[in-house]
Design a protein. Structure first.
Length: 229
């Protein structure tokens, strides 16, 4: 059903998943308020990608909000901890940023309430990132309940909805969805540890999952890798 005239806050990191998630919101007829967070992440290059994507999707407004999570550390993306390059494992990886999606969704919730929006979109995925606790269906449902309790709109009976359209998709499914939506995935950035010359390293978990998604989808990968995964 088309949500004509409605506005959604879309979290756009610059990565493939958030790009496709925001594009799904647009395809459903939402006007987009794009939110990116500059958390002093190792892969700052993704913010340039987020800016490109916000323009490409015709966002009404794009905020890049500074919030330095490196002050907390605790992750290979925010502290002096080496990004793993051995391959995707089964445990929660050190690239997990403590409570990141909770923090980001809280920011999106604040903007949504201020703007009169009741819908938020984010690109979490429970299949390819199953080790991350804040990418699970239980987390999405729990945050919706929190939003109901924590906001003026919620307690007045005007609830918020957290949309995670990619939640149960494989990376190959996401690449196929992007192709269906006519997206240029070369605009996106996935690598956790960028190589010189603006290249994806090709060896971190995110690069490996990205490359595998294109391969399994049978779609040409536009990504430039320093080392081919």
């Amino acid at each position: 059903m088309t949500q004509s005239g409605r506005t959604a806050v879309a979290l756009i990191s610059g990565g493939l998943d958030s790009y496709v998630s925001a594009a799904c919101a647009r395809a459903e007829g939402f006007s987009l308020l794009a939110l990116s967070v500059d958390y002093n992440q190792r892969h700052q290059i993704e913010l340039a990608a987020a800016r490109r994507i916000a323009v490409e999707l015709g966002a009404v407004r794009h905020i890049v909000l500074p919030l330095d999570l490196s002050a907390f550390g605790g992750s290979a993306l925010t502290a002096d901890i080496e990004v793993p390059k051995e391959g995707v494992g089964d445990d929660i990886p050190v690239t997990y940023v403590p409570a990141r999606n909770t923090i980001f969704l809280s920011l999106a919730l604040g903007w949504a309430e201020a703007a009169g929006a009741r819908d938020m979109f984010l690109g979490v995925n429970a299949l390819d990132y199953s080790g991350y606790p804040d990418c699970r269906p239980e987390f999405i449902a729990g945050f919706e309940r929190l939003a109901e309790l924590a906001t003026k709109a919620g307690v007045e009976g005007d609830p918020f909805h957290v949309h995670a359209p990619l939640l149960h998709m494989s990376k190959a499914d996401i690449v196929r969805k992007a192709t269906e939506l006519g997206l240029d995935l070369g605009l996106s950035w996935s690598c956790y540890d960028p190589a010189p010359g603006g290249l994806h390293c090709g060896l971190c978990d995110s690069c490996r999952l990205r490359a595998l998604g294109f391969e399994q989808a049978g779609i040409a990968d536009p990504t430039r890798y320093a080392t081919r995964p």
